[in-house]
Design a protein around this ligand. Structure first.
Ligand SMILES: [Ca+2]
Ligand SMILES: [Ca+2]
Length: 201
């Protein structure tokens, strides 16, 4: 008992040291992953098991399947505090208020953005949006939008004017940001630690 506790203590110290080192030198283990359901979930309802999510980090994006969902506040919606489990990255808690995410296209460009400040969701006029993909963290001014598909609401098929350029809105979904043990697009720090400790099968 004493021996195993001692071993566990040593492993914990080693793990702690590795986490501190990786926090300084790793690719980006402390940034949240942005998880967006593929498709447009009605009213941000929790997607069905095995639904696919687009997972975006500093390195790029990947598609992962939903292996579990703990609706912690039991409101039936994807919301802050819920726990999401995905293939490839593991389980993570949604740590920020869930926001709308907008996929827009212009010529060969395909960008995904989220609002940075207060947002309407229904009328994004004069909002500031921040890119998630292909580059993370660039702010752009969304001056106005046009109801290009004449649906009467802001939805896919409409046009937004971003920095004076017209873009087509191809998808409106949600952005759930959380900390996951795995990275979306590269071998995770956690995976590297497990390999180092011989925990990998
Ligand atoms: Ca919820
Ligand atoms: Ca419309």
């Amino acid at each position: 008992m004493r021996s195993s506790r001692k071993q566990f203590g040593s492993a914990a110290v080693l793990l702690g040291g590795l986490l501190i080192i990786s926090g300084h030198a790793g690719a980006n283990p402390v940034s949240p992953l942005h998880c967006l359901p593929l498709g447009t979930p009605e009213g941000w309802e929790v997607p069905a098991q095995w639904s696919q999510w687009q997972v975006i980090d500093m390195e790029g994006q990947a598609t992962q399947s939903q292996t579990g969902y703990n609706d912690a506040d039991q409101n039936g919606l994807v919301s802050q505090g819920d726990e999401l489990s995905l293939t490839g990255v593991g389980s993570g808690t949604i740590v920020e208020p869930v926001k709308p995410a907008y996929e827009i296209t212009r010529d060969a460009l395909d960008w995904i953005l989220i609002p940075t400040g207060p947002y309407s969701g229904d009328n994004p006029q004069d909002e500031t949006w921040e890119t998630l993909y292909p580059t993370m963290g660039e702010e752009h001014a969304m001056s106005t939008w046009e109801d290009a598909n004449h649906s009467g609401i802001f939805d896919p098929g409409d046009t937004v004017i971003l920095d004076g350029e017209a873009w087509d809105v191809s998808r409106i979904t949600l952005d759930a940001a959380g900390y996951f043990p795995g990275s979306a697009t590269a071998e995770s720090t956690w995976g590297q630690i497990k390999a180092f400790l011989g925990l990998r099968r």
